[in-house]
Design a protein around this ligand. Sequence first.
Ligand code: SP5
Ligand code: ZN
Length: 352
Amino acid sequence: MLIVSSDAHRAHHAVELDTGELIPSWEHPGRADAVSAAVAGADLGTMVGPDPLDRSLVDRVHDPVYVEFLETAHERWVAEGHRAPGAMGFAWPARGAASPDRRPDDLLGQLGWHSFAADCSIVAGTWAAAADAAACAQTAADAVDLAAGAESSAFALCRPPGHHAGVDTFGGYCYLNNAAIAAQRLLDRGATRVALVDVDFHHGNGTQELFSDRDDVAFCSIHGDPTWAFPWFSGHAGETGVGAGEGFTLNLPLDRGATLEVWLDALGGGLDWVRGHGCDALVVSLGVDTFEGDPISEFALGTDDFPAVGAALAGLGLPTVLVLEGGYATDELGANVAGVLTGFATTAAASI
Ligand code: SP5
Ligand code: ZN
């Protein structure tokens, strides 16, 4: 398994509004360093840096106006003389707004227009980190052999994560949707339909938005039920896709405290659904905030459980790009991610 990572993430440490308090984000540089050390120690494969980012790929996944906004927002923030380190939204076009579709001209208005949550801000190093994370996903997608099975796989060690980022919105610690960029790259390389399975504790609302009206990506997410879990406004079972994409979205919301048994049962159903959709490649949004010790999430998987997650995913037998998403229990994060990857690689090798 090729491992793709970058050091650019270190200059990105945002602030977040957590229950009314502005704190250094739970999504911090130590996360990627912990994953990198554990993956290197697990001897999973060669570690490389990303190829240069294909901006046209990013501009086809996201609105180019949004991409340019991300690239320039911090410079504009500084030029306007704001002293706070992070630029963040504080007014949003919510239900009832008279002109919800009219993009404001100034930065403070655009920060709300282009975001959906105040757990996420733009600091000096954000764009460089987000662009390199996207490049890691692109590079991983280029590395897999579309004529092979699960023995051809790559891991994109992305930071910041991506699955909450939508067509033109950041939030949930995400700016560019790395998994969606990997999926689009696989389609561009000749895949006819890509399965995108999101195992992060949180619903992949950005990924769903990006692909909900398309039939070339089958999106399945297992997550905390939005009646009580972030991002609250998407991820219900009744959301199944729209138009040509109807039937190509599957949401599997679970109750608080889901154990491996409950969680794997849901994943098994999701993977059976994927098997019925004729996919020739797999992208995994790999969050391990399903861990029992995660400080901001409410499932109950143990460190010893994660290899079974990887093994189940490898059971699809598809060339696979695994993309890092969430996981905030930093002490166990490396072992949990390496556990998934090891379980995946072991099962994939046994099936050749
Ligand atoms: C990629 C990813 O996993 N993003 C998750 C973003 C969640 N941010 C909001 C978390 C709100 C929960 N607050 C927990 C309070 C603990 N003091
Ligand atoms: Zn998450």
